[in-house]
Ligand binder design. Structure first.
Ligand code: ADP
Ligand code: MG
Length: 630
């Protein structure tokens, strides 16, 4: 029988250090936060060897009285809260009183400090938790803390440290989080004696962002602002032409504290849905201000995560703020176009072709079955034909939509008269029968390099990506069809077992009903395995496990439960992309015309579902300028 015993304070501190101090960057974070809490207007950080040899943080804050130095490095000693009630109205970055003790437990720490009214400074050293006596020293008002040989007495931890550049990267990130929150702070970071950042205190937030992230990013930022009762949201989000392959450029500050919040990150992703390529993440630097009691910061040792009183409401606020902002912002990509990578280049061309052909067939079947009866000579099955009898398909929504740009999209449908429509020659690609297309007012257009269309627009010229535009058109039409009825499910003869993580399996079973409405029939199988008994017929070539996994990510992505519409969106994006004509497909002039004409029927047509721009616009004025006519 093992006996229960009390842990020594040293061991308790080491355990706490394990939570709070993961690497040199954690030391930088804690020491800088203490300096901010002390009212410092200047903080100088210098580190050696990525911070593994030395982290020194020097501030000009209020300092610590000599007789409190020992307490400062003692666990559970803090000047920032006194009663339990204070916990729910924390106005400082720190309050747990364990950072200095934790750091001192696993390093050689020297703390020098002096308050404004003291005649001189005082210092204390702590080596692996062993305190020296407090001794007088000469130093300016403020505090300097040196942390050497981090983890010298916890070799396992030390082994986890990465290369110097990696640790420096983490330190820089920790530094940035603090300086972004306080633009007026004069802050410097040095590595091995060389300056990494020298920020002298900026006029405002945007200037600081520009100093830190550069001009290109700063110039792409769109200011956003909103208030919901006492909750104020303000800051910047980047134009979709600027994005990242991960969410690390999403900074969220709650009352001056940098936090991460999955739900709000999800809202951000939602706001950019359709504006970014899959796998790309928006850039955002946002500040939330609210009364401290509306958020519990005492849920995470490093306080990176917090618990909001009403996170659903915040989610909605963020989403609504961005959506309404985007509606009034010109998001059309202007020349010069940003470099974009081709996200959907197939790995296995043959398999991709087969998959695509199946989808094309399926998509055609769908279009046929909604549209004209077979044998109806006037109507065709050209996938981008709108001459269909189903009015909901020809114009799934009122056509007076205001596009985001307000540019070169007509505000009404082209008059249609099938008898006037010229017959489209057969496309060997997808259109075996003639297709009518509206006569007016089709912009003159030309296919170049089998992938782009050049068309005249009202006030200039547009270059259209044929794949991106067709994808968007198919997506919109499939969606209009599917949202109006149930999704056809195909039963599997032998249900397919899919192994998931515990949280994933739980989420899938919890949302069985929702998934069933998408045509995905799930049965429990025991443990973390579920059985897929039926899945959407339209995805016949995708493999049930892949379909399910794709949806599970959405179910788990936090925040509001994605509704059927959102989940469908994900599926439709996939289908539309695979079924659309590709770059390299030669089109007949009639197909070109039909495609360009369709552009006017689709709102948000300037981005394909992956968020690649569908078109670049050169206004006549711009062209005139380029040709030096003005
Ligand atoms: P916490 O920040 O949670 O209070 P710490 O262990 O980080 O706990 O710091 C303990 C105490 O030491 C703080 O409450 C504060 O009173 C004092 N202190 C630490 N760093 C500084 C500093 N740079 N300037 C002034 N006081 C400091
Ligand atoms: Mg602290």
């Amino acid at each position: 029988m093992p006996t229960i015993r009390r842990l020594s304070q040293a061991l308790i501190n080491k355990i706490a250090a394990g939570e709070v101090i993961e690497r040199p960057a954690s030391v930088v974070k804690e020491l800088m936060e203490n300096a901010v809490d002390a009212g410092a207007t200047r903080i100088d950080v210098s580190i050696e060897s990525g911070g593994t040899e030395l982290v020194r943080v020097c501030d000009n804050g209020c300092g610590i009285p000599a007789d409190e130095l020992e307490l400062a490095v003692t666990a559970h000693a803090t000047s920032k809260i006194a009663t339990a009630d204070d916990l729910f109205a924390v106005a400082t970055l720190g309050f747990r009183g364990e950072a200095l003790a934790s750091i001192a437990e696993v390093s050689r720490l020297v703390l020098r400090s002096r308050t404004a009214d003291a005649a001189g400074g005082a210092e204390i050293s702590v080596h692996g938790g062993q305190c020296s006596a407090v001794a007088p020293c000469g130093c300016p008002t403020g505090t300097t803390i040196e942390v050497r040989d981090l983890f010298f007495n916890t070799p396992v931890r030390r082994k986890f440290l990465r290369s110097t550049p990696t640790e420096l990267g983490h330190v820089s990130e920790a530094f940035l989080r603090v300086v972004l929150a306080s633009p007026q702070l004069h802050a410097t970071l040095q590595h091995n004696g060389r300056p990494v950042f020298e920020l002298s205190g900026e006029q405002g937030w945007l200037e600081r962002i520009e100093r830190v992230f550069g001009r290109e990013l700063a110039e792409s930022l769109i200011p956003v602002e909103s208030a919901d009762g006492p909750v104020r949201l303000s800051g910047y989000v980047a134009h979709p032409s600027q994005s990242r392959s991960n969410n690390r450029m999403q900074y969220l500050f709650l009352n001056g504290r940098c936090i991460r919040d999955r739900s709000l990150q999800h809202a951000l992703g939602e706001a950019y849905r359709g504006l970014l390529l899959t796998g790309r993440y928006p850039i955002a630097i946002l500040a939330l201000e609210m009364p401290p009691e509306m958020a519990d910061v005492n849920v995470h040792p490093t306080k990176l995560e917090v618990r909001f009183q009403d996170s659903g409401r915040l989610y909605s606020q963020l989403l609504a703020t961005l959506r309404s902002r985007f509606l009034t912002t010109d998001l059309t990509t202007r020349v010069p176009a940003p470099a974009q990578t081709d996200a959907d280049s197939p790995h296995d061309p043959a398999a991709a072709d087969r998959a695509r052909q199946q989808l094309v067939d399926w998509a055609k079947g769908q279009v046929e079955s909604w549209g004209p009866r077979p044998g109806d000579a006037a109507a065709g099955e050209f996938p981008f034909d709108t001459g269909s009898q189903d009015p909901s398909l020809a114009s799934p929504r009122p056509l007076e939509l205001t596009p985001l740009t307000g540019r070169w999209m007509p505000s009404g449908p082209a008059p249609r008269d099938p008898s006037l429509a010229p017959q489209s020659p057969t496309s060997d690609l997808q259109s075996p029968t003639p297709a009518p297309y509206p006569l007016t007012p089709v912009p003159r257009a030309l296919q170049v390099h089998d992938r782009y269309l050049v068309a005249e627009s009202d006030d200039g010229v547009m270059l259209i990506d044929q794949h991106a535009l067709h994808e968007r058109i198919l997506y919109e039409r499939l969606r209009a069809r599917i949202l109006s009825g149930p999704v056809e499910s195909q039963s599997l003869l032998v249900p397919e077992p899919v192994d998931l993580g515990p949280a994933e399996a739980a989420a899938v079973l919890e949302h069985r009903e929702l998934l069933a409405r998408l045509g995905l029939k799930i049965e429990p199988f025991g443990g973390n395995t579920v059985l897929v008994a039926g899945y959407p017929a339209m995805l016949a070539n995708m493999g049930p496990a892949d379909v399910l996994r794709g949806l599970v990510d959405r179910l788990l992505s936090g925040g509001k439960l994605p509704d059927r519409r959102d989940l469908l969106d994900d599926l439709l994006h996939t289908i539309a992309c695979k079924a659309a004509i590709k770059a390299g497909d030669r089109l007949t002039p009639e197909e070109v015309a039909a495609l360009v004409e369709q552009r006017h029927l689709i709102d948000d047509a300037h981005h394909c579902p992956h968020g690649r721009p569908t078109a670049l616009v050169f206004s006549r004025d711009e062209l005139d300028k380029l040709f030096k006519r003005t």
